[in-house]
Ligand binder design. Structure first.
Ligand code: SF4
Length: 292
């Protein structure tokens, strides 16, 4: 820790200042898992009073459904949910949890009009490629599931950070391998990264034979943090629950904002360091502390 931990009112006061000084227009509440914090809805309620263009949350979706109506009330309209397996047994193998509440939460969020994105982290030999048991992956099923449910689905490369540094060498699945995998059954057209976006998109048509395709166009997003880093256009910064600021997920040590004077805080603005992925040992940077 770089300084004493913060109580919620102190944290909110800091966030309010930062929004004002730095001209922040979008906030995503993430984690770890935000819904595990007892007062997370109070934090959302407070953030909803800020002049933001977008208030968003990233969640594992296990405990979110019952609070969706409240989130709507606070104009937190954008939800990203993790879903690393479609079949219950595959999901359980990865998370040791039941997928039913997550799928139900995704359905309900759509019904309530949230902008829902579903993130699937690719894990070689687990949910992509042939696994140890010789089972096939769910890549095609995911693409069809996203289209059928009108959900923006994104495949994410594993990032070499925190606990994932240990499994990275065996389970990282790069974008070129993914494209090869998708091209078995789909005709693929790639788009480029939007100006400050993290995902590029594939427009897909399902092959019926080598010459013939389903007329329907499917779409899936790819977040290829390692194979095709988007650091040059990254405009995101992070503040953790203790007021530590990082201009990049990969920065080892952040800045403890409460120790800055008003002047220093207002002038810190967003000197973003470009810390490219994959260039350091980041075992001690934990996504659940920094925010994914
Ligand atoms: S590594 Fe840092 S600069 Fe690059 S995309 Fe991630 S947070 Fe942004």
């Amino acid at each position: 820790m770089l300084g004493p931990s913060l109580q919620t009112p102190e944290l909110l006061k800091l966030v309010f200042k930062v929004v004002k000084y730095w001209g922040i227009k979008e906030i995503r509440v993430t984690g770890g898992e935000p819904t595990l914090r007892e007062d997370w809805l109070e934090i959302i309620a407070a953030l909803s009073t800020l002049p933001l263009k977008k208030l968003a949350i990233t969640s594992n979706g296990f405990f979110l459904e019952k609070e969706l109506v409240t989130l709507k009330k606070f104009n937190c309209n954008h939800i990203n949910i993790s879903l690393d397996g479609l079949q219950a047994d595959k999901f359980f193998k990865i998370t040791a949890m039941d997928s039913a509440p997550v799928l139900s939460c995704i359905r309900r969020a759509k019904e309530l009009g949230f902008v829902v994105k579903v993130n699937t982290v690719l894990l070689a030999g687990i949910n992509v490629g042939i696994n140890d048991n010789g089972d096939e992956d769910e890549i095609d099923d995911f693409i069809e599931w996203g289209a059928k449910n009108q959900i923006e689905l994104r495949f994410l490369e594993l990032i070499e950070i925190g606990a994932a540094t240990k499994i990275f060498p065996t389970h990282h699945f790069g974008v070129e391998d993914l494209l090869q995998r998708i091209k078995i059954n789909w005709r693929v057209e790639e788009t480029v990264y939007p100006p400050t976006g993290t995902a590029f998109y594939l427009r897909l048509r399902k092959k019926r034979s080598d010459d013939d395709c389903d007329g329907r166009v499917y779409q899936v997003g790819i977040i290829a943090s390692r194979s095709r880093p988007f650091c040059a256009s990254c405009d995101r910064v992070r503040i953790d629950q203790n007021g530590i600021y990082r201009s990049c997920l990969m920065e080892k040590k952040g800045i403890y904002l409460p120790s800055l004077s008003e002047r220093e805080l207002s002038q810190l603005i967003v000197k973003k360091k470009k810390v490219n992925v994959g260039n350091d040992n980041l075992e001690s940077n934990h996504m659940y502390e920094i925010g994914g």
